[in-house]
Design a protein around this ligand. Sequence first.
Ligand SMILES: NC(=O)c1ccc[n+]([C@@H]2O[C@H](COP(=O)([O-])OP(=O)(O)OC[C@H]3O[C@@H](n4cnc5c(N)ncnc54)[C@H](OP(=O)(O)O)[C@@H]3O)[C@@H](O)[C@H]2O)c1
Length: 306
Amino acid sequence: MEIVLCCPGAAPEPWLKGLAAALPQARVSEWRPGLPVADYAVVWAPPQAMLDEQAGVKALFAMGAGVDALLQRQLPPQTLLVRLDDAGMAVQMAEYVCHAVARYSRGFAAYEADATRAVWQQRLPRLRADCPIGIMGLGVLGRRVAQALRDLGYPVHGWSRTPQVLDGVVSHHGPQGLPGFLASCQVLVNLLPLTPLTRDILNRDTLGRLRPGAYLVNVARGAHLVEEDLLALLDSGQLSGATLDVFRTEPLPADHPFWQHPRLTLTPHISALTQREESIAQIACKIDALERGETVAGVVDVARGY
Ligand SMILES: NC(=O)c1ccc[n+]([C@@H]2O[C@H](COP(=O)([O-])OP(=O)(O)OC[C@H]3O[C@@H](n4cnc5c(N)ncnc54)[C@H](OP(=O)(O)O)[C@@H]3O)[C@@H](O)[C@H]2O)c1
C-alpha cells in the first residue's frame, strides 16, 4: 500500500515516521511532482498540482477538523474526503471555551486589573442561571463543549442544521430556530464549519439579537464574523466583549483594530490544535477499516461543505 503525505509548511518527518509505524504494510512518502498515484493521501493545504496528480487515491485524509480551505481547491470528483473527528481536539476546545466563559462570567479581567494596582475588592458573581450559553454547531466539538459547560452548571442551548438531542442541552435547529436560540444567549460560542450558509453568520443582525451585554467566543473560523459589526456592537454596548481565536486574515495584521481593543481577548488560532499522535492513530485505523470495506466516521459531504 502506498501513502503520500503533503503538508507544506509543517515538518513532514514525524508524520512520515508515525504513519509508517502505524501502518507497517504501507510505504509512506512525501509528495513530490511526478510520484505515481498512491492508495491514500494525507494532506494539509496541498497545492492544486498535488490534488490533480493524485486524483485516483481511494481517500484523501485532511490533517484537521475543518475542511473549508481544502474545499476551495478543485477536488477530483468522487474523492472520498475524510476529516479528523476529535482526535484530541474536543477536550482542548472544551477547556478553551470554559476558560473564556469563566473569565467573562466570574469577571476575572476586572480582578486582573485590580491586581496590577494592589486593589482588594470582591464583587458579586454573576448567577449561572443569568448566564445561559448558546453553542452554534452541535457537532463533534460543539457537543463536547456543551457537555463541559452543562457540567459546570450553566444553562446551555445548542443550534444545529438538523435536530440534535443532547442530555441537559436545549436544542434549536435550522433558520427558523435561530432567532429563539440567539435571544436566549448571554454568551454565544461559535463552533460551526465554514460553508456558504455560515459565512458572515456573526453579524450586526444576529449578534444584535443576543441578550444585552452579551459576550462572543469565536473559535471556528474568522470568516464567520463580520469584524466591523463586532466593533460597532462593542461600541454601542450591545456586546460587552469577545474572545476570538480565529480571524479573517491570519496572522492578524499588526495594525488591526482588534489588537488595541480593551474588551477583546485574542489568541492565535490555538483553541484546538491537531494532536499528531492521536491523528495518526485515527487515520491509520480508518485506512485499515476502508481496506476491510467498512465505512468510517468523518467523511465530508462535499456538496454540503462539511
Ligand atoms: N480554532 C481551532 O483551533 C479549531 C480547531 C478545530 C476545528 N475548528 C472549527 O470547528 C468547526 C467545527 O468542528 P466539528 O468537528 O465540531 O464539526 P462537525 O462535527 O462537522 O459539526 C458541525 C456542526 O455544525 C452544524 N451546522 C453546519 N452547518 C449548519 C448550518 N447551516 N446551520 C446550523 N448548523 C449547522 C452541524 O449541524 P448537524 O449536526 O445538523 O449536521 C453540526 O452540528 C470546524 O469546521 C472548524 O472550522 C477550529
